[in-house]
Design a protein around this ligand. Structure first.
Ligand code: 6PG
Length: 489
């Protein structure tokens, strides 16, 4: 029997979809699952799709792979991934490659790659985005790992990846070590931000227009025909138009509002703090999920304060009245959403750049934008613009300094401020919109008030400070008023 080109270990929703995708794209695939039930289920459902090779055990699975062996691990991130590595690595030979396609933490990936490297085994941390449909029909793939491992595995990953409008596979060797999982983690952080920004726009529109699901869906459908065109805007329109099959009510209105999170947004913020990357919009989005889950605290606050819901009346808006006011309000919310989204993505790319520099990964930001153009959850029309921006200036200080995005922000700024102000004045929570606007204002402020923080830190902690008018590090002996400052270096 011919040996398989690639093996897929883990036949859950994502693993089964990846296996089918590999096979459909002319790769000979061996499949295995630790529990026989999922493998039997896979065989019953999909054996007619391709000549999959099935295995009775991990040993049998490994024996049915051509050398150097390439094994995709698609199991729950964390202990399960380590368990599979422990089960398989003793069965492998030098040069074989383990490919973790789960949502693993970049630090875990770096640890695993180092440990397996001591056994002359390759380990790749590969971000895969697009959910079950993406895995089946074409995900965005963010492979990290050595050049040698990518040379062997890359063509197979590229064969199953989503294709950008220009036909380019949305799969690029992102960099060594944990670079692939770092980029996927930040992808998910941006996903959190994007979803929260859309949610705030939805809340403003729903409250301001007193709109129902169908009306809101039409607005998002319209927005999806412009610069906001994206998968998340598209599915938002679909979800808002959906009626609950039991009650006939707008579907969103019957859902509990405690938002779940598997943890990739949290990791993004934790990693950002390690890199001092100011991902304030991703952070706001992640914290709102926490707020939504604090049910007891929210109930207590609701009872303790004026529980009248905010009143945003847009029959007058920016000097207009009636239908003109409502139309202007919708346009302003769209602009606020677009501007905030630009900030969120700029922060995410900044985090990737900082982490890449720290780890000496040399991640190509334009290539990352390019592989997010299709297949992934944050796929959006404006990723073409982001890719072009980084192609124009690979060393771009920050995405918003690119002329296209700087012009976009200038064009949206007045609307953006009106919308954030309206949320603040009427008590509609706009944590991500306002985080984006405050980031923009802080970034463009030539002299920040944080000089006062330096003085405070030097007062209570003798943490020293630098001056604007001469080099050196200084400290004031605050207890000896009038004494000149000490120059420490
Ligand atoms: C993707 C998704 C995927 C997963 C989410 C879950 O890129 O295909 O992001 O990785 O569905 O990470 O997200 P939560 O953290 O919101 O549960």
């Amino acid at each position: 029997m011919a040996l398989a080109d690639i093996g897929v270990y883990g036949l859950g929703v994502m693993g089964a979809s990846l296996a089918r995708n590999f096979a459909r794209n002319k790769n000979h695939v061996a499949v295995y699952n630790y529990t026989a039930d999922l493998q039997e289920n896979f065989k019953n459902l999909y054996s007619t799709e391709a000549d999959f090779i099935y295995a009775k055990s991990a040993e049998d699975f490994v024996a049915k792979l051509s050398r150097p062996r390439c094994i995709v691990i698609m199991v729950t991130a964390g202990d399960a991934t380590d368990a599979v590595i422990a089960e398989l690595s003793p069965l492998l030979e030098p040069g074989d490659i383990l490919i973790d396609c789960g949502n693993s933490h970049p630090g875990a990936t770096a640890r695993r790659e180092a440990a397996l490297g001591e056994k002359n085994l390759f380990f790749m941390g590969v971000g895969v985005s697009g959910g079950q449909q993406g895995a089946l029909w074409g995900p965005s793939i963010m492979p990290g790992g050595s050049d040698e491992a990518y040379a062997r595995v890359g063509p197979m990953l590229e064969s199953i990846a989503a294709k950008a409008p220009d036909g380019t596979p949305c799969c690029v060797h992102v960099g060594p070590g944990g670079a692939g999982h770092l980029v996927k983690t930040v992808h998910n952080g941006i996903e959190y931000a994007d979803m929260q920004l859309i949610t705030e726009a939805y809340d403003l529109l729903k409250t301001g227009l007193d709109a129902d699901g169908d009306q809101l869906a039409r607005i998002f459908e319209e927005w999806n025909r412009g610069e906001l065109e994206s998968y998340l805007i598209e599915i938002t329109a679909t979800v808002l138009a959906h009626k609950d099959c039991e009650t006939g009510a707008d579907f969103v209105n019957v859902i509990d509002d405690a938002a779940g999170q598997k943890g990739t947004g949290k990791w993004t913020v934790q990693l950002a703090l390690d890199s001092a990357a100011p991902v304030s919009v991703i952070g706001a989005a992640t914290f709102v999920r926490g707020i939504s889950g604090e049910v007891a605290q929210r109930q207590a606050v609701w009872e303790a304060f004026d529980s009248n819901q905010p009143c945003l009346d847009v029959d007058t808006w920016n000097g207009l009245t009636g239908d003109e006011a409502r139309a202007a309000f919708v346009s302003d919310v769209r602009q606020a959403l677009y501007a905030s989204k630009i900030i969120a993505y700029a922060q995410g790319f900044d985090q990737i750049a900082l982490s890449s520099a720290e780890n000496e990964w040399s991640v190509d930001l334009g290539a990352v934008a390019g592989l997010w153009r299709a297949g992934c959850i944050i796929r959006a029309r404006f990723l073409d613009r982001i890719m072009e921006a980084y192609e124009r200036a690979p060393g771009l200080a920050l995405l918003i300094t690119d002329s296209y995005f700087a012009d976009a922000l200038r064009g949206c700024e007045a609307a953006w401020r009106r919308v954030v102000a309206a949320g603040v004045v009427t008590g509609i929570a706009v944590p991500a919109f306002s985080a984006a606007l405050s980031y923009f204002d802080a970034m463009r402020t030539h002299r920040l008030p944080t000089a006062l923080i330096q003085a405070q830190r030097d007062f209570f902690g003798a943490h020293s400070y630098r001056r604007v008018d001469k080099p050196g590090v200084y400290h004031v002996r605050w207890e000896q008023q009038g004494r000149p400052e000490d120059r420490l270096s």
